[in-house]
Design a binder for this molecule. Structure first.
Ligand SMILES: *[C@@H]1O[C@H](CO)[C@@H](O)[C@H](O)[C@H]1NC(C)=O
Ligand SMILES: *[C@@H]1O[C@H](CO)[C@@H](O)[C@H](O)[C@H]1NC(C)=O
Ligand SMILES: *[C@@H]1O[C@H](CO)[C@@H](O)[C@H](O)[C@H]1NC(C)=O
Ligand SMILES: *[C@@H]1O[C@H](CO)[C@@H](O)[C@H](O)[C@H]1NC(C)=O
Length: 547
């Protein structure tokens, strides 16, 4: 670009500045004024008449005097961000009848006089976040009845006066998060008939007055997370007919009244993570059929009753991880046809019923990690056509014939395992092997009363009705025998054509007393299977110093 090309623009800018003077320490734009000079001693008196918004950022003056903006009646928005303000004189915002948006965030004042907002009849949004407010006068909002949004997050409020919100019938959003609220007057929120979002996260509430939320018939979102709530009054949510999202995580709930959610017919999301729940009362969610996200992780559930989630036909995400669940009834997930995500990780599950996930055709993500599972029943994922992310790590997998279904499923859908670090805990000679890398003929079972030698899963083992998906070719090659000695230290797997796999356990394990083989020896065994027996001789020579 030619050097001269930008000069006319610069001259125009200069002219514009001359034509519309801007207070020292501020920058003026069409309708906005930004003041961020630490030298600024007070709110400037010469705000351009056309300005509607003024923003102070990190300024150093500490007080706003009476009617400081009185010469600029057209201002609609006044903002102080991270300034040194510690005092707002009475009537500081007098003379601003059109002010709609007032924000003082990140300042040091700890109290407000009762009439500070008294002439702000147009104020729709008031933000007083992250100051040091310790108390509010009961009449503070007496003349701001147009208010729709009130933000008081991050102050030091321990409680609030009972009639504080009396004039705020039009309020839609109220944020009281991150204060020190330990007690709230009964019916504090009763006048807020238009309220849609109420945030009480991260306070110190341990009990809720029974009628605290009475009258909030329009409320859609209620945040109660991060308090110390140990008990919920049975009817505390009974008028929240339109509530859609309820955050109760990180509290101290040890039990729930059976009907506590029974009026929440519009509920779609409920978070109960990080409480101390041991049981879920029957029918707890029966009146919230539209629930689509439910988290119960980090509780102390030991089981979940058969009907706990019945009727939740819209549920798409269910999180039950980090509990102490040892057992799940076969039908606990029945009817959850929309379920996409199911987290059962970090529990004490030792076995799963073969029908547990039946007909969960939309299931995509399933975590069974960090449980006590040694095996999975055949067919368990047969109807989970969309399952593409399966977490199995952190279980003591017993890599024997019972794991053949899982092994085959993993081989068929090799890309679906979330964490490949899924290891065998037994038998001894497969300990530490990676489950998805195992060959099917390695998955053999020990001698039982009915079986001679080790037995690999073959077609003859199928239960009628088992529906393993074998291609015809695979089926033909299936005439397979796995021979072993009675101790299981020598295992040989063969099919019609050849023997493909031999496992010899070498030195006996300490104290196990099982006869293993020693080096520099030849040894023969009579190995048996249901197909008959074979004789095998193995010689092993170990030479020192020979690469
Ligand atoms: C306020 O705005 C009106 C209409 O936009 C304008 O006529 C008037 O001059 C402004 N007043 C001041 C004090 O700037
Ligand atoms: C389930 O979700 C669908 C689609 O979001 C919605 O139309 C339907 O009303 C919901 N069902 C219930 C019982 O809320
Ligand atoms: C769950 O398993 C852990 C670890 O194995 C154990 O410490 C805990 O006692 C078990 N909890 C229950 C309720 O069985
Ligand atoms: C799964 O669906 C089939 C066919 O609709 C049905 O017979 C079976 O009972 C269902 N199983 C479960 C556990 O819902």
């Amino acid at each position: 670009m030619l050097p001269g090309a930008w000069l006319p623009g610069a001259c125009l800018l200069l002219l514009a500045r001359l034509a519309r003077p801007c207070p020292a320490g501020c920058d003026c734009f069409a309708r906005e004024v930004f003041c961020s000079d630490e030298e600024l001693a007070a709110v400037p008196r010469d705000i351009p008449p056309g300005a509607t918004d003024i923003v102070f950022v990190e300024t150093a003056f500490t007080a706003v005097g009476a009617r400081a903006f009185g010469g600029s009646p057209n201002l609609t928005k006044v903002v102080f961000l991270n300034t040194q303000l510690s005092r707002l004189e009475p009537d500081a915002f007098g003379g601003l009848p059109g002010l709609r948006d007032l924000e003082v965030t990140g300042s040091a004042f700890s109290s407000l006089s009762a009439d500070i907002f008294s002439h702000l009849a147009s104020l729709g949004k008031l933000t007083l976040n992250f100051n040091r407010l310790e108390a509010l006068p009961e009449d503070l909002f007496r003349h701001v009845d147009a208010l729709q949004s009130l933000q008081l997050q991050g102050n030091l409020l321990p409680t609030l006066p009972a009639r504080l919100f009396q004039p705020l019938a039009r309020l839609e959003t109220l944020n009281l998060a991150q204060n020190q609220l330990a007690q709230l007057p009964d019916e504090l929120f009763a006048p807020l008939g238009s309220l849609q979002t109420l945030q009480l996260s991260n306070n110190a509430l341990s009990r809720l007055p029974p009628r605290l939320f009475a009258g909030l018939g329009r409320l859609r979102e209620l945040f109660l997370d991060g308090n110390g709530i140990s008990e919920l009054p049975p009817a505390v949510f009974s008028q929240l007919f339109r509530l859609e999202k309820l955050w109760l995580q990180r509290n101290a709930l040890g039990h729930l009244p059976p009907s506590v959610f029974s009026s929440l017919g519009s509920l779609t999301f409920l978070n109960l993570q990080g409480n101390a729940l041991r049981v879920l009362p029957a029918g707890l969610f029966a009146h919230s059929p539209g629930l689509s996200g439910l988290s119960l992780s980090h509780n102390q559930l030991e089981t979940v009753s058969e009907g706990a989630f019945s009727g939740l036909s819209n549920l798409s995400s269910l999180t039950l991880s980090h509990n102490a669940i040892a057992r799940l009834p076969a039908g606990v997930f029945r009817g959850l046809t929309e379920l996409v995500k199911l987290n059962l990780g970090s529990n004490n599950l030792t076995a799963l019923h073969a029908d547990l996930f039946q007909n969960l055709t939309k299931l995509e993500l399933l975590s069974l990690s960090r449980n006590l599972l040694a095996t999975l029943p055949p067919g368990i994922f047969d109807t989970n056509y969309n399952l593409f992310n399966l977490a199995l790590h952190g279980n003591p997998w017993q890599c024997d014939c019972h794991l053949a279904y899982l092994s085959r499923w993993l081989r068929q859908y090799s890309d679906r395992l979330f964490n490949i670090q899924t290891y065998c805990a037994g038998p001894a000679y497969l300990k530490g092997q990676v489950v998805p890398a195992l060959k099917e003929e390695q998955l053999v079972c020990p001698v039982t009363r009915d079986r001679v030698g080790y037995q690999a899963p073959g077609p003859e083992d199928r239960e009628p009705g088992d529906s393993w998906d074998l291609v015809a070719e695979d089926r033909a090659a299936r005439k397979r025998c796995t021979y072993s000695n009675p101790e299981g230290t020598v295992v040989l797997a063969c099919d019609d054509a050849q023997c493909r796999w031999l496992n010899v356990q070498l030195s006996p394990r300490q104290g196990s007393g099982s006869p293993g083989m020693t080096f520099n020896a030849a040894q023969g065994w009579e190995l048996k299977s249901s197909c008959g027996s074979v004789r095998v001789t193995v010689s092993i020579e170990a030479r020192t110093g020979d690469p």
